[in-house]
Ligand binder design. Structure first.
Ligand SMILES: NC(=O)c1ccc[n+]([C@@H]2O[C@H](COP(=O)([O-])OP(=O)(O)OC[C@H]3O[C@@H](n4cnc5c(N)ncnc54)[C@H](OP(=O)(O)O)[C@@H]3O)[C@@H](O)[C@H]2O)c1
Length: 323
């Protein structure tokens, strides 16, 4: 038996309940994993509330790191004892779990379980957003919202390492200080300041090349006013609520803008793409380009408290659940 955090109905953090589960041996193409650290992600909240659809009941969580306990028939790339990390599908909030082998990556010697569970999903997201959604070049000017968050800190550091000029937003002065330390040229407290006016002033009226927005409803429309003509709006999340495009013509009015709504699933459809991102991520960590900030740790059974912290905007960097 293993302990797991199960969601049987949608709702607030209290629907995350601890139960004992029989995991069983891995089936064909699967590996069995002992989780050593589990990454907390905002997608876990969307799945808990029902904004993102996952059939009920399900074990929560999309990211973790640990050891391979056993491999199923047809799995040749892993063996018992291997240190791995993974992202998706759900089932990470547990001491042990089964996983399709193609969702796992081997950990290099220098990468510990905590760092891997704090970095893989968020870092792979930063990788595809900065290399594949838009190939960032030195001198590109980027606006990154929630830049002190888990994904935001990795995005900011990696963009700066690629030579971009980063403007980051966050909801407190302490978080703005983190953004500046991570290499941003400007940090704006969007709770107290007008980020559109600050971006316009900083870019001398030109606007930014790309906006990376994981905040959603609260920031989407004003962000369009931060873009240069033919700039790109990357709406990759909805921490403040989902976005709806008011009317297509708004993109014409604001300068022939481009908008995309990317997902990890579309950018990492197979093991090859996933491992391409992970290799770049682990290399960037090893090279000292990325510092993975673990802002908080909760015992696995305190998952409801971890969700409350994430949703109340009191976390900074990545948060871990420890089995
Ligand atoms: N599309 C993809 O492939 C993909 C993959 C990974 C993550 N994401 C998205 O990226 C975003 C960040 O994810 P994360 O896991 O790294 O979370 P996170 O950034 O660590 O936490 C979310 C942050 O959003 C900000 N925020 C602004 N308004 C908020 C509100 N009303 N409620 C809660 N938070 C609010 C808060 O920072 P401030 O206090 O500084 O405002 C908060 O700390 C999420 O939208 C997530 O869904 C997308």
């Amino acid at each position: 038996m293993t302990r797991a955090i199960i969601i049987r109905e949608h709702g607030g953090p209290d629907v995350l309940r601890v139960e004992d589960l029989e995991v069983g041996p891995p089936g064909p193409g699967q590996i069995k994993i002992r989780n050593r650290a589990v990454g907390l992600n905002f997608i876990d909240v969307y799945q808990r509330t029902g904004l993102y659809k996952v059939p009920l009941p399900f074990v929560a969580g999309n990211e973790g790191a640990g050891e391979v306990m056993a491999v199923g028939a047809g799995v040749s790339e892993f063996e018992a004892g291997d240190r791995i990390a993974y992202q998706g599908p759900v089932g990470a909030y547990a001491d042990e779990r089964l996983l399709p082998a193609g969702k796992a990556v081997k950990l290099p010697d220098g990468i510990g379980f905590d760092t891997a569970a704090a970095a893989l999903l968020k870092g792979n997201t930063a990788f595809y957003l900065l290399h594949w959604t838009h190939a960032v070049k030195p001198g590109d000017v980027l606006l990154i919202h929630a830049a002190a968050g888990g994904t935001g800190q990795i995005l900011t550091q990696w963009a700066a390492a690629l030579g971009a000029i980063v403007i980051g937003t966050a909801g407190s002065e302490e978080k703005c200080e983190v953004i500046r330390r991570n290499g941003a040229a400007l940090a704006v407290n969007y709770k107290t300041g007008d980020f559109v006016a600050e971006v316009r002033a900083f870019t001398e009226g030109r606007g930014v090349d790309v906006v990376y927005d994981g905040v959603g409803a609260a920031t989407f429309e004003p962000s369009l006013d931060c873009l240069r003509p033919r700039g790109l709006m990357v709406s990759f999340g909805n921490a403040s609520g989902p976005v709806s495009l008011p009317r297509l013509g708004i993109l014409a009015d604001k300068g022939s803008l481009f908008v995309t709504r990317p997902t990890s699933g579309a950018y990492f459809p197979d093991a090859v793409s996933l491992r391409t991102g992970a290799e770049a991520l682990f290399d960037a960590i090893a090279a000292g380009k990325l510092n993975i900030d673990i802002g908080g740790r909760f015992p696995l059974v305190e998952a409801p408290a971890a969700h409350r912290a994430l949703e109340s905007r009191s976390t900074s960097g990545s948060t871990l659940l420890i089995p």
